[in-house]
Design a protein around this ligand. Sequence first.
Ligand SMILES: Cc1cc2nc3c(=O)[nH]c(=O)nc-3n(C[C@H](O)[C@H](O)[C@H](O)COP(=O)(O)OP(=O)(O)OC[C@H]3O[C@@H](n4cnc5c(N)ncnc54)[C@H](O)[C@@H]3O)c2cc1C
Ligand code: FES
Length: 320
Amino acid sequence: MSGIPEGAHEADDQPACSGPRGGGYSPAATPESSWRRWAVVMENVPIARDTYRLRLAEPSIASAIRPGQFLMVRPGPEGASDPLLGRPFALYDVVLDGAGVPAAVDIVYLVIGRGTSALASRRPGERLSVWGPLGNGFGPPPGGEGGVIFVAGGIGQTPFLALGRSWMGRQAYGGERTDPPLPASPVMLYGVRNAGLLAGVDDFRAAGITVEIATDDGSAGHHGFVTGLLGRRLERGEQPSRVIGCGPAPMLAALTRLTARYRVSCEVSLENHMACGFGACFSCVAPILQSDGSTDLRRVCVEGPVFPAEAVDWSGISGH
Ligand SMILES: Cc1cc2nc3c(=O)[nH]c(=O)nc-3n(C[C@H](O)[C@H](O)[C@H](O)COP(=O)(O)OP(=O)(O)OC[C@H]3O[C@@H](n4cnc5c(N)ncnc54)[C@H](O)[C@@H]3O)c2cc1C
Ligand code: FES
């Protein structure tokens, strides 16, 4: 999986990233803002089936990170060498202290394998090795009259809490508050396999984001894929200013085709496997279409994870 030795860049407060960041989309984190640190676990609590919210006390990352950026977290306890590779997780939200100063970051994760299982065993007071902020993140909100629709599949809802709060002007991220804020609250269409996996719905609603649910098995909301919820809106003539998707690749491929059919601007946040998170190993590459029609492999960790949907070559991926 990795082209770099596991455990590289292990020293406290050493730059976890060097060299220029890739780009062409929204600006990526600067090398200076990406540092490996020890973060103290404040909370690690279940919020849905196999799903946890981890709160890490890390004021410097909390002050710098913007919606759509991510952290690499080594899931093992301090001193353990297994698992050695970090795992990428999107910013869920930034937690402010009593004086309104960014103090901690929340991530929400689904347990699927060795790394996330190890993470679920971490307890308050333990320290975890983390590095970030990483990736380009989302840009400013779109102008125009139409609304903004987030389309989340599986654990793909996680980047949309901070993004919604940012674009509504509710909270500053990376020291900047969105001005002017979105004129209307965003809508999040949220699809999971079954109702037990719905995670954080109350957080989104409390933030003022309208949530519509789809489940594959019909146990909550629309019975079917989340793209069906969007399709119904577009068929009715709704013209959003932007749709943003995050979730499994087949869902994003389907979303790209659907929004292209209705000529709606769409961005996607990719969740490719990653080993280093800062551009050194090429384990995270995605096929990105170039202006001359060719396809080039680009590192999702530095040039993404957010891309215009039509820039991604989905030809190898069947969507539903
Ligand atoms: C930018 C970014 C942001 C992310 N944000 C979140 C988040 O907020 N919350 C969250 O729960 N997850 C998020 N992920 C995915 C998360 O990083 C993986 O689920 C995690 O690395 C799995 O680690 P593991 O050791 O538990 O699984 P592993 O043991 O590494 O893998 C278990 C199984 O899952 C498959 N798998 C692992 N990772 C992925 C993946 N990325 N895509 C598809 N299949 C995979 C493996 O092939 C294997 O079959 C994000 C990924 C990226 C790139
Ligand atoms: S994860 Fe190493 S280059 Fe992207």
